[in-house]
Design a binder for this molecule. Structure first.
Ligand SMILES: NC(=O)c1ccc[n+]([C@@H]2O[C@H](COP(=O)([O-])OP(=O)(O)OC[C@H]3O[C@@H](n4cnc5c(N)ncnc54)[C@H](O)[C@@H]3O)[C@@H](O)[C@H]2O)c1
Length: 318
């Protein structure tokens, strides 16, 4: 769809060369908008947006969000931040800086150009939750000094900044707490469970289960997540969030491993390794707010989402 000029928005996506950001850009371009993708390519890759090479409405700018950015835009989606433990623990100080300085810089930009601004927050703000499933009212159980804290506390501080800019400067903010998301263009070496299992199954290596494998996770397919993100951005200024976006259906790690084995036809065996520090036993979103306020809920079944993710990895791994 190509929009008329007066109807077309100029949209900044930080972290746009990453997994979620590149799918968001696909959707925004399909909707006829102009997109500026800003990324320092730390975990993202130009490969994720190379199918858009020479797209007349997409511009790429290599830039670190820890530095101020001066551009004219109508909306900002702030996604820049490494999302997997392997990557965010690689340089934890930089991770906190990306969340905190990145939020300050993008909020400053939003204030200057009067843009609506979306923050990709995370279920990690709930830490190792004592409440299950997690509603937005739950304040979380986060270790402030652990190895995951750079990410968890960075994202919590970013939420604080978003709400203070909203209260103090009247910014139109949208904060979504994103739960485990998977799909094509996930980083193959990011150590996240879906990509790990698929890569291991496709290459015939043993599938690594941490702990007893009875811990549960919920998995949201990236197309569902992107639909939720855009729907939230389209709400009026009275909707600030935080709103959980994720899939409430839980699977144990063993169930996920078995489904991946079945869909890949792999004969990989399952092996067990010790549970990493601060690894939550259960994580499941309460999405009542997303349903009520946004009319949103995930619609892609795990087996269907896994099939397209496996297809993607099959082309990369073999
Ligand atoms: N994928 C998930 O399951 C999930 C869950 C919760 C929250 N999130 C959030 O969604 C966002 C996107 O996650 P993703 O899975 O696409 O991760 P990703 O690592 O694939 O994408 C993050 C992007 O941000 C870029 N980036 C990192 N630091 C930057 C900096 N300082 N300046 C500019 N760009 C920088 C990276 O190069 C990458 O392209 C992140 O903010 C993440 O915290 C994701």
């Amino acid at each position: 769809m190509v929009r008329l000029y007066d109807d077309r928005k100029r949209i900044l996506v930080t972290g746009g060369a990453g997994f979620v950001g590149s799918h968001l850009i696909d959707r925004l371009l399909e909707q006829g908008h102009e997109v500026l993708c800003v990324d320092n390519l730390f975990t993202g890759s130009k490969r994720n947006i190379e199918h858009l090479h020479n797209h007349p409405r997409l511009e790429f700018q290599r830039h670190d969000v820890c530095l101020p950015l001066y551009v004219e835009v109508d909306e900002i989606y702030n996604l820049a931040c490494p999302a997997s433990p392997i990557h965010y623990q690689h340089d934890p100080v930089q991770t906190t800086k990306t969340s905190v300085h990145g939020a300050i810089n993008m909020l400053g930009l939003a204030k200057r150009v009067k843009a609506k601004i979306f923050q990709a927050s995370t279920s990690e703000v709930y830490g190792d939750p004592a409440v299950h499933p997690q509603p937005e009212e739950y304040w979380g159980n986060v270790n402030p000094i652990g190895t995951r804290s750079c990410y968890d506390e960075g994202k919590r501080c970013a939420e604080t900044l978003f709400f203070d800019y909203h209260r103090q400067h009247g910014l139109d903010i949208k904060v979504a707490r994103i739960f485990n998301t998977y799909g094509p263009r996930m980083h193959p070496a990011d150590g996240r469970v879906v990509s790990n299992f698929i890569v291991q199954a496709l290459s015939g290596e043993p599938i690594t289960i941490y702990g007893d494998g009875a811990q549960t996770r919920s998995f949201c397919y990236v197309d569902d997540l992107v639909a939720g993100i855009i729907t939230m951005m389209e709400t009026g200024p009275d909707i600030t969030g935080p709103i959980n976006l994720g899939n409430p259906i839980e699977f144990t790690m063993i169930e996920l491993a078995e489904l991946v084995l079945q869909l890949t036809g792999s004969r990989s065996e399952l092996i067990r390794l010790p549970l990493p520090a601060d690894d939550p036993r259960q994580r499941k979103p309460d999405i009542a707010k997303a349903r009520d306020i946004l009319g949103w809920q995930p619609s892609v079944a795990l087996a269907d989402g896994l099939k397209s993710t496996i297809d993607y990895f099959a082309h990369r791994v073999r």
